[in-house]
Ligand binder design. Structure first.
Ligand code: SR1
Ligand code: MG
Length: 394
């Protein structure tokens, strides 16, 4: 049987065929698709004692429809990424119960008792001391394990080969790392940003800096990345009295620059802060950058003595970490810009009333440009906070 696009009614039979569910008299399915690309279904029994999630890749971009075709093979990249993350950071992803390559479908743990971090923040929820630290730790665990520090050279070359993800990398190269700086049909923005959108497209220095980051993205194979680590790819909550953070949707995964994962998280933190500021509810975004970087750095340093190649000495580690920081700052800037004047905007801003959305978006855009252009001098979270405050003052 070939590739079947599943609908809500198909899920019970599908789960039974795949050996995940026996009692078809007691199964309730609902579609909860939320992301830009795929469909997601949740199946549960009436007592609420058993539940599963089914995620299927469509042969197009879900939010655009068949006019934007996309190979469903991206589910292979996602399944491969989950395998790697399960080895490096098993406590930070959902349990994967099965992957059906023929139908591009993953059957996994239902996380609906947790909340999407973006939704939690949009509703005024706080990070607590735990969430950003766990994200930084996850990036360190995955990136160390899949870098030349965590793997022998030949195995790494094999990982690079099996992790190529050209179609999804090209989406990022386009929608994040070039289109917002040129005329493109994917771009759109609030009319109150017309002047900044035009200014950004005419800014040759900005364009060259983005070109450099784009080239880093295309050529720097430091480690396996999640590849799309925004706050919509993170679930948070409590289970058995303990804080829980789960990262999902690693379909953009490939071997690339570590700073891309940290930068995407930071960008989404910073956009969330722009929303909070507009609503008069300050949250200290620099503290989240600090916590995630501290989580990343502490875990990377903890793992460093176990590196497989000791020609990489301690002095090199300092250089390496410094490069990751600077690239993270730059990538954060590119993600902010595309989320405001490119494709795939964020509900953090789009759900604000116009009179709040425009100033919040302007604030985010100006900070995004600053992070890109001046990333080399923004060496600490506090420097980013100060720069952000001084931009608003102008
Ligand atoms: C065409 S896909 C647009 C965006 O959705 C995904 O979540 C990625 O962020 C991508 O850039
Ligand atoms: Mg996604």
């Amino acid at each position: 049987m070939g590739y079947r696009i599943l609908d809500t009614d198909d899920i019970p039979g599908y789960l039974r065929e795949r050996g995940h569910w026996d009692d078809l008299d007691d199964i309730h399915v609902r579609e909860v698709s939320d992301g830009n690309l795929n469909r997601v279904f949740l199946a549960s029994n009436s007592a609420g004692t058993r539940s599963l999630a089914v995620k299927q890749a469509l042969p197009w971009v879900r939010v655009a429809g068949p006019s934007w075709p996309l190979s469903p093979d991206r589910s292979d990249a996602e399944a491969r990424a989950y395998e790697q993350i399960a080895k490096a950071a098993p406590d930070k992803i959902p349990a994967i119960h099965g992957y059906d390559a023929e139908n591009h479908a993953l059957v996994m743990e239902d996380l609906s008792d947790l909340r999407v971090l973006r939704t939690h923040l949009n509703e005024g929820g706080s990070y607590g001391p735990y969430i950003s630290a766990r994200i930084g730790e996850l990036v360190a665990q995955l990136s160390f394990a899949t870098s030349d520090f965590g793997m022998p050279s030949a195995g790494r070359k094999a990982l690079i080969a099996t992790s190529v993800n050209p179609e999804l990398c090209e989406i990022t190269e386009d929608v994040v790392l070039s289109e917002p700086y040129i005329e493109h049909e994917h771009n759109h923005w609030h009319p109150g940003l017309d002047d900044l959108a035009a200014e950004f497209r005419a800014d040759t220095r900005l364009r060259t800096e983005v070109a450099e980051l784009r080239h880093v993205f295309m050529t720097s194979g430091q480690a396996l990345l999640h590849g799309d680590l925004h706050t919509g790819s993170v679930m948070v909550g409590r289970r058995d009295g303990a804080e829980v953070v789960r990262v999902f949707d690693p379909e953009f995964s490939f071997v690339g620059p570590i700073g891309f994962d940290l930068g995407l998280y930071w960008a989404n933190v910073l956009v969330s802060e722009a929303r909070a500021h507009a609503l008069g509810a300050e949250n200290d975004h620099a503290e989240q950058l600090r916590l995630s970087w501290a989580g990343f750095e502490a875990e990377f340093r903890r793992l460093w003595p176990s590196r497989v190649d000791t020609f990489f000495d301690d002095a090199f580690l300092e250089r390496f970490l410094s490069r990751v920081w600077t690239e993270s700052v730059g990538f954060a800037g590119t993600e902010i810009v595309r989320r405001v004047i490119g494709f795939a905007h964020l509900t953090d801003l789009t759900t604000l009333a116009d009179d709040l959305q425009v100033p919040a978006s302007r604030r985010a855009l100006l900070l995004g440009r600053e992070l890109i252009v001046n990333r080399a001098e923004l060496a600490t979270p506090e420097a980013i906070r100060d720069r952000s405050h001084s931009l608003v003052a102008h």
